[in-house]
Design a binder for this molecule. Structure first.
Ligand SMILES: Cc1ncc(COP(=O)(O)O)c(C=O)c1O
Length: 432
């Protein structure tokens, strides 16, 4: 007999949220932690969007509304998708969700039978992998190549596809690596998919970082490749582009109205609708020309920080970091640190119940010993992550904080005696 249904043991979590209580504890005991773990822009929501939220509240636009999303917002989304991707979608293909996250798991519920295979990038946003076993599907991680700027080759993709492949997640610009695939690569992936996949397979293209892209690159969606819009779910949202993570507005554009209506039915079952005052403000975000300026200002700031922090992090002995082309993360390889601190050996000798990964030990030591919060490789997909020693650092903090964070990582990377003390005490294992 068990209180919880068995499926609860098959769902994972997002460590970015799990590390919060550890940070609170360290701050209570030792003082400020530099938080390079956060996946949210450190900017305010642009004023014209905030004004529209307030205006809508004053209009008492606070009731239940269309579970599929307000028509005005779906119309603005469809029009923006058509302009930016060269498509001819219609608002009835669009469904609005409370954030970019819910449609990730809902898509698995909608498309996958037990035993179907789901291909997803690893390292990748953890929710792709987390849901797969929960819905009884089979996880098929597609390991991103560090040397190829965290993309993969068409052959690697082709190798993963079988007649059971039902969903393929893509995410460019990517969390956690900041990797951006070129237009040529995206076209090659599309050709592989068109050649090898069954027609009822769907690509879930998570484009939530579409506007946060550097070096003059243009975002290119796989839905723009001829014949791909019929198979692609385009997912995006307002959390990252408009620094509005608490607004909880995201959307997905489905290949058919029939599919969108199945998702609408799930919305009715789960949460009825997304707050209409926020939806009107999201429409404002898409339609008001002031948004372009606000997004540009934020992205330029991220690019300046990326340039600076990428250089600084690469100066730490034992670290090697690819230059991210988008999003607001760095994903350094810390194999050299693990070697210098003898972390692989030390990790192996821990009692089984205390083992996680060498990079996780470093993450926890950096937090408890040097007051800097980062996330480890395993936070972004567990299957096949053994032997891969990486961290994710967010650059969504002021420059001075980022520089202090890098300094603290450097100090942790050199602190052999501090690490030994940490391993004797393991303060991170005491319940929070
Ligand atoms: C790749 C990716 N997809 C989806 C999401 C979820 O976004 P939201 O906060 O809008 O639910 C995130 C958030 O970090 C993300 O990084």
């Amino acid at each position: 007999m068990s209180l919880f249904a068995e499926r609860n043991y098959r769902i994972d979590t997002e460590n970015a949220f799990k590390v919060g209580p550890h940070i609170v504890r360290v701050e209570q005991q030792k003082g400020e932690v530099i938080k390079l773990n956060l996946g949210e822009p450190d900017f305010a929501v642009p004023k014209h969007i905030k004004d529209e939220i307030k205006r809508q509240l004053d209009l008492d636009n606070t009731n239940y509304c269309d579970p599929k999303g307000l028509f005005s917002l779906r119309e603005a989304i469809s029009s923006q998708i058509n302009q930016t991707r060269g498509l001819k979608t219609n608002p009835e293909q669009v469904v609005v969700f409370p954030g970019g996250k819910p449609s990730i798991g809902l898509a698995q519920q909608v498309y996958c039978e037990s035993g179907d295979e789901v291909i997803y990038p690893s390292p990748g946003f953890p929710i792709y992998e987390s849901f797969i076993r929960y819905v009884g599907a089979v996880p098929v991680p597609l390991h991103l190549e560090e040397a190829a700027n965290f993309t993969f080759s068409p052959d690697q993709l082709a190798d993963k596809i079988t007649h059971k492949t039902k969903l393929i997640y893509l995410n460019f610009p990517s969390n956690p690596t900041g990797g951006v695939a070129t237009r040529k690569q995206i076209e090659e992936f599309a050709n592989v998919i068109l050649e090898h996949c069954r027609p009822d397979m769907r690509v879930y293209s998570d484009e939530i970082y579409e506007n946060i892209i550097f070096d003059g690159q243009q975002h290119y969606s796989i839905s723009s490749v001829p014949s791909m819009s019929e198979r692609t779910i385009i997912a995006s949202g307002f959390s990252k582009s408009y620094a509005w993570t608490g607004g909880r507005i995201g959307y997905a554009v489905f290949p058919t109205i029939e599919e969108a209506d199945v998702l609408k039915k799930l919305n009715i079952n789960y949460f009825s609708c997304v707050p209409p005052y926020n939806q009107e403000a999201a429409r404002e975000a898409l339609e008001n020309p002031l948004s372009k300026q606000a997004v540009k200002k934020m992205v330029d700031t991220f690019e300046t920080r990326r340039n600076l922090i990428w250089k600084q992090i690469n100066q730490i002995p034992g670290i090697c970091c690819q230059k991210p082309g988008g999003a607001f993360y760095l994903f350094p390889n810390i194999s050299g640190i693990c070697e210098y601190l003898d972390l692989i050996e030390k990790h192996q000798h821990l009692p089984i119940e205390e083992q996680s990964s060498p990079a996780n030990l470093f993450q926890m030591f950096a937090l408890y010993g040097h007051q800097v919060a980062v996330l480890d490789r395993k936070s972004f997909g567990q299957i096949g992550a053994e032997g891969k020693h990486f961290l994710r650092l967010s650059i969504a903090s002021e420059q001075s904080l980022l520089e202090e964070g890098v300094l603290r990582i450097k100090n942790a990377a050199e602190d052999i005696s501090g690490l030994d003390k940490f391993l004797r005490q393991r303060p991170d294992l005491k319940s929070t």
